[in-house]
Design a binder for this molecule. Sequence first.
Ligand code: DGT
Ligand code: CA
Ligand code: CA
Length: 575
Amino acid sequence: MPIHNADIAAVFEEIADLLEIRDENPFRIRAYRNAARTVGEFARDLKTLLDQGQALPKLPGVGADLEAKIHEICASGACGLLERLHREMPAAITELLKIPGLGPKRVRLLHEVLDIDTIDALRRAARSGRIREVPGFGEKTERQILQALEQCSRGEQRVKLAVAAQYAEALVAHLKSVPGVALVTVAGSFRRMRETVGDLDILVAARAAGPVMERLRAYDEVKEVLASGETRSSVVLRSGLQVDVRVVPRESHGAALHYFTGSKAHNIAIRRLGQDRGLKINEYGVFRGENRIAGDTEESVFEAVGLPFIPPELREDRGEIEAARRGELPRLVTLQDLKGDLHLHTKASDGHNSIKEMALAAKAAGLAYVAITEHSRRLTVAHGLDPRGVLKQIDEIDRLNGELTGITVLKGIEVDILEDGGLDLPDSVLKRLDIVVGAVHSAFNLPRRKQTERILRAMDNPCFTLLAHPSGRLLGEREACDVDMLKIVRKAKRRGCFLELNAQPDRLDLNDIHCQMARDEGVLVAVNSDAHSTHDFAHLRYGIGQARRGWLTPEQVLNTRPLGALRELLNKTRW
Ligand code: DGT
Ligand code: CA
Ligand code: CA
């Protein structure tokens, strides 16, 4: 049975949630959460390694006990501890946890205060306005819960891009091995790099569809076959993710790829352009009357309507067709353009590796500089640094830079933005650093005006350089803070400071629309990994995906600058 890292991560995440609902030891809960993140984002498939008789790699934060659980899950597909927790708790608690926006703390509160332990009870309570009365909930949360319940009942569970990628890669490899298959491509929102995907759309170019469909139905991980036709099938994987597979002949691949990449709105606009020229465009090709005039490549489809190739990330009908027609498509930033990473953690706060290990991993990832940005003292759960801790790290980095070649370590901090907009460390300490990354980690629910003011005030600090994960959202878990992003972007412009696009798969914050806003206002965006271990530089590709969706060119991304130019820009933000 295939077990992906995301499956193991889901088990650990659920164990952490259930332990938290039971109010158990916070360190134990944290250990499971960290392990979930590490395993979920680890680049190689652990089950495959074990199947090949290899030892588990040493994963940061995964001790002997958790390693044993990984072995157990890979061998049996189940975890004894999780099963025991399920037996000991009301069954519906697990269901409640699946509602986006309801974490363990909230589920526990709802259970304690309103005695809610079924989805129905939750819906009744939300409809009758009782949830807003529970301390810490409020009307906005109640509305979000109702919306989430509606989405769930429509079966609209979206999956984070990085998680979908694991399932996609495994299935693509499975289908590629069918004889006669020329190309297997994941299209749809996945190819457009949307932050979450509703389902996977896999396009196969092959001589014959039969063997492909057969191989799909035989995939161990298929839980249910929803539809099974000659050239198209829809299946549901055990994880709940739906996959649509479509087989086309090689000569239609370009047209089909364009059609199934979407978005629907983009397709409709392109088809209309075709109609204006007397062309019919569908998934089989571009036709003038009976004649097929294009469709073997995507380029040929665009060319048929007089356009250059439009990168998938732009295909949302947000002005890309007009820009293409005017020859004004941006040259989008790529992973190779990144020269450095301005947000990472080490063992000194809540990361797993030493500064040196992180620096060497960054170098191996092709970067020329990194900024170490630990949490500040206020964030005690993450072992934030006090002034003494910061000064000690400054010395350590100076020493290390004397020793390292090919990579430069910058001195930074991810300093908490306090509720009143002050920063969590004195200016005398902040002044000693190359980069001061400010971040909101508390009071996420302040009203719009207050939350916005808080951030604007923080930006006024003469040492402030970069606003981390500006909206504070966690995909599927926490809504964005209610802030006036345009005001924040404009303030950054006036102040000369920068905004982050945090590339963690559950953040991707700034989102695509806000990137565009930053671009329009002329504010540079830093695409950062927020790495907590040496493996996390892999996040950058998802950050770049969002940056591309936000139309950003290399010039509009701060950390495409070589070190000298970056230093100049950072120095200019100080006053
Ligand atoms: P998702 O799955 O919700 O994240 O979003 P998509 O964009 O992957 O949407 P999906 O899976 O429903 O369809 C995949 C692509 O197929 C979509 O991006 C464009 C194309 N498509 C689907 N339905 C239609 C349609 O009615 N008209 C046209 N022109 N294209 C469609
Ligand atoms: Ca899709
Ligand atoms: Ca689909």
